[in-house]
Design a protein around this ligand. Sequence first.
Ligand code: GLY
Ligand code: MN
Ligand code: MN
Length: 440
Amino acid sequence: MKIGKKEHARRRKQLMAQMDPNSIAIVPSAHEHIRNRDCEFPFRQDSDFFYLTGFAEPESVLVLLPGRKHGQCVIFCRERDASMELWNGYRAGPEGVCEIYGADDAFPISDIDDILPGLIEGRERVYYAMGRHAEFDRSVMEWVNVIRSKVRSGAHPPGEFLDLDHLLHDQRLYKSATEIKIMRKAAKISAAAHIRAMKYCKPGVNEYQLEAEILHEFAMNGARAPAYSSIVGSGKNGCILHYLENRDTIKDGDLVLIDAGCELDHYAADITRTFPSNGQFSTEQKALYEVVLKSQLAAIKTIKPGGHWNEFHDATVKVITKGLMELGILKGSLKALIEKEAYSEYYMHRAGHWLGMDVHDVGDYKVGNQWRVLETGMVMTVEPGIYISPDNKKVAKKWRGIGIRIEDDVLVTKDGCEVLTKDVPKTVEEIEALMTVGAS
Ligand code: GLY
Ligand code: MN
Ligand code: MN
């Protein structure tokens, strides 16, 4: 079910069909990063590079040359080296890159300064994501300057730089059948992990122990890394949107907010559930929870081809504002409260984002000045929340320190949408029933 060589070739072909015929695209791999001393962070390939190659080694560069007779796909990579491979693992080398990954031509990365100016020369336009890697930006300019220095000998430097992201990220926004299969699986694994954490939870366990349950479920199912750092916030920690410490002991009567998703074959899942540590929602927790859930369901209902990007956010704003009014937390008329964004003190983020190889995936949210129209194959999260700061003296004490978010991953289908993460319980009744069984 992995993305195969053919799909990578099809993606490159599709991208090159959008490029100017006399142009070149340059896509560098990700870098390795030192964590401390001799230890590196686990390497994660750059999503753009991986999307176009399936090749996961660092120190590599992809070059696309539409229309080039001797091959349109050139990859620079590390050479094979018995001693380095003994210490640090297998390398494909230029031969392997052609054989395994379908490059037309491949060269050692150590030769890039000698070879790449020759490939750029004569091409009018360079597609490149300028500004992402300062060091690589400098190399690109140096390669162009090599050509400029030879104009008197007839060399032809490129006249224009174009942002590759524009074309490539639009392409990545539409998921193929295989991508959707992988994302469905990532969602399933992540759903099982949330269920496991809910079942494990009881007052007295530590936030990091719930995180450990989740990561174990991911890894046991082939997803060795989370797609982002897991958030396990109990009590008032649930009001910190990016709480990552995960070190408090979970108290009786607290809610627990878990935002965690695995990465499977370079695709992300992103799920949030909020549940009571002791398996029973208190009256106030339940009242706020029902508002968030209602807003999330209303938002999901709007998602279908032809709808625009902001529609689901608007739906959450309306339901949350109304709900906060009914609970006496906001006062005034619905229209006026929405207009002056009174909800934003309690609901301060957007209702979702694109999801794909990156958790906050690529793709424009507006086209021209208009919100993007949803189309089949797009995947997004739907994640409204209400967070009542523990220090907010404007609201009655009983509400303070309650943080709730409910997040699902949603695929736009031709008839409407499919909730990829539907396996995790989310109604009050479902959660309480699951936690009662878990505790027995
Ligand atoms: N986990 C990051 C987010 O929900 O956007
Ligand atoms: Mn999330
Ligand atoms: Mn999210």
